[in-house]
Design a protein. Sequence first.
Length: 127
Amino acid sequence: MSAYLDTHVAVRLANGNLSQISPSALDVTAKTDLLISPMVLLELESLFELKRETRLTAEDLLHKLELELGVRVCQLSFRSIARVAAGERWTRDPFDRIIVAQARAHGLSELISADRLILQHYPRAIW
């Protein structure tokens, strides 16, 4: 079983801010293979460049998550994800559309997120 990490959850895990993650979300991280969408990498780099939430580049943060938690980047094709993302009409945020589409395209996988819109619109979102 796999679960995807939303961007802000990935940052919290990398920073060791476990108290900022719900107990049910932490439980999922301990019991599943963790994945991130390549879109999470792009959003992480944007946060780094804006000096918001992380002092690590996206690659450094990913490396930390790989070593500590075994997080991997999902390898589904962008074409297949874009097709699914086109149906995510509940948001105009391209990061959220792709991240949710990635989880949906991977067999309706769980997605760990604190984002209220994602929680409201994606049936397998967990917080």
